[in-house]
Design a protein around this ligand. Structure first.
Ligand code: 5AD
Ligand code: SF4
Length: 440
């Protein structure tokens, strides 16, 4: 094994990919790779791709084109494509970009060392199977490496919901939950390496049903078990489906001390007609009911959402219903998108709205969401928050961290260290962050 080959990973998309990239770096670490921040001197370039945005595959093909020159300069350079575009395109990637050596889908990362050996031997390697085994079991983290105070931990992957716009059920496959004891072991390991906050990840995280003692565990049960992990201070989870917000999970938001008062709960549309066409299997009423019950359990919970405008057949009236729902909920944070077709999904086959209509609606929607975010941030001014310090700020003596509501907070006078949780009074609100001073 040659030591210290350089690995450059470019990560696209969601937190799940950020987590997977870390695991891939660790798996290849045991093959003698160290990560490098630029592709210039890399021995392997890995693109960890995301398929959720429009023309994702085309963008990856053009990105690959940029690396042609690198390969000419360094014939030993290996180029790989991982993630959801790899899963969706498979061998087509090597056909269109013959310089690609490796194509690996999200379910096969634990086989990376063997795949790497194959490409080193000058062969092409393709692995986009959906195996039964738990890939994370094989992707053992290097034991003692220190970690940043906030970490992601994947507990569930894939989705069985088949929203009409979404590629996830096709690229990440059916919903699979990791066994509870493995999640708890990984959490304890993270804490031993300096982690204080864990965000449980899954495309449909609140559908979690991992095997555990006494039968299948719910997400709420897992959260309560994590609450007992000494040294762990904060628990979060994302992304949730409204239909899987059970009473037990809502109750945990009220009573579980380490579960943070923040929830990302995508609704996509405020029109029941559109929700039906989207195959969302919830209504605006059931969504608002979940929100009301969450707020009854935890009045200060900050809600975040995802919205799609311009879905096929969305009228101005349907769009207004989405604005009404946003006004009723009041989001502290949100992501919004124009609907765009994903090949192979049902909605892609339907007649599409005009681009100008989508753009104009997105503008109005984002204006409302920005206004709400601003008002909620302003309402924080004067309040005391608890900030988990993550890194030094730009100014002398300043540190940056996250409040319990996931606001980025720049704090002065902390005298604290990375990983500390300090009390701070919020003094001002910027576009996407708060400023504050530590309270003695
Ligand atoms: N068009 C626009 N937005 C989409 N999303 C998923 N698929 C599409 C699509 N085809 C958005 C949804 C989802 C978020 C991760 O991305 O809002 O919740
Ligand atoms: Fe995609 Fe989420 Fe719908 Fe599953 S629930 S199909 S991941 S949008």
């Amino acid at each position: 094994m040659t030591q210290n080959k350089k690995l450059f990973i470019k990560t696209y998309g969601c937190q799940m990919n950020v987590y997977d990239s870390e695991r891939m770096a660790e798996a290849l670490g045991s093959e003698g790779y160290v990560e490098t921040k630029t592709p210039d001197d890399a021995d392997m370039i890995l693109l960890n791709t995301c398929h959720i945005r429009e023309k994702a595959a085309e963008k990856i093909y053009s990105e690959l084109g940029r690396y042609k020159g690198f390969k000419a300069q360094n014939p030993d350079l290996k180029i790989g494509v991982a993630g959801c575009v790899a899963q969706a395109e498979g061998a087509e990637i090597m056909r269109r970009q013959p310089m690609v050596d490796l194509v690996v889908g999200p379910q096969s990362y634990h086989r990376l060392p063997a795949l790497e050996a194959k490409v080193r031997a000058g062969e092409k390697a393709l692995d986009t199977d959906f195996p039964e085994e738990d890939k994370f079991e094989h992707l053992k983290a290097r034991p003692k490496a220190k970690r940043a105070p906030s970490a992601f931990l994947t507990v569930q992957e894939g989705c069985d919901k088949f929203c009409a716009f979404c590629v996830v059920p096709y690229t990440r496959g059916a919903e699979v939950s990791r066994p509870a004891d493995r999640v708890l072991t990984e959490a304890r390991d993270l804490v031993a390496r300096g982690v204080r906050e864990i965000t449980l990840l899954g495309q449909n995280v609140n559908a979690y049903h991992g095997a555990g003692s006494g039968g299948s565990w719910t997400l709420a049960k897992l959260i309560w078990a994590l609450n007992d992990v000494e040294g762990l201070e904060r628990i979060r989870f994302t992304t949730s489906h409204p239909n899987d917000m059970t009473d037990e999970l809502i109750e945990a938001h009220g009573n579980c001390p380490k579960l943070m008062p923040y929830l990302h709960l995508p609704v996509q549309s405020g029109s029941d007609k559109i929700l039906k066409r989207m195959n969302r299997s919830h209504t605006t009423e059931s969504y608002l009911d979940v929100v009301a019950r969450l707020r009854a359990a935890r009045p200060d919970i900050l809600l975040s959402g995802d919205f799609i405008v311009g879905f096929p057949e969305e009228t101005e009236e349907d769009f207004q219903a989405t604005l009404d729902l946003i006004k009723a909920v009041e989001y502290g944070q949100a992501y919004s998108f124009k609907y765009s077709t994903r090949p192979g999904t049902p909605a892609a086959e339907r007649p599409q709205l005009q681009e100008e209509v989508k753009s104009e609606r997105l503008q109005r929607l984002q204006a409302l969401l920005s206004e709400q975010q601003k008002n909620i941030q302003l309402s924080m001014v004067g309040r005391e928050v608890k900030v988990l310090l993550e890194k030094p700020g730009r100014l002398e003596g300043q540190m940056v961290g996250k409040s319990q509501y996931l606001h980025a907070v720049h704090v002065t006078g902390s005298g604290g260290n990375i990983g500390d949780i300090v009390r701070a009074r919020v003094l001002n609100s910027e576009k996407n962050s708060l400023g504050g001073a530590c309270v003695e």
